[in-house]
Design a protein around this ligand. Sequence first.
Ligand SMILES: [Zn+2]
Length: 72
Amino acid sequence: MADSDETADDERHRTIAACTSCGALYAALEVSDGSYLPIGRRDGCQCGGTAFDPVEGALLDSATEPGNADDD
Ligand SMILES: [Zn+2]
């Protein structure tokens, strides 16, 4: 309800970013300095990494679904 302030301005900066440490994929937003931060993960990756590279062509669904259990 309180998120109505977020407009479509964020949409064009939204992408998929992969953690440079472990390769985990996240829906991410480009930040002003050209790096990317995972949405909803201000602390960075689950592995503790804070550097992410954008992944072009990736699907949001792939990043948000817990489907990377192969490596477990
Ligand atoms: Zn990671």
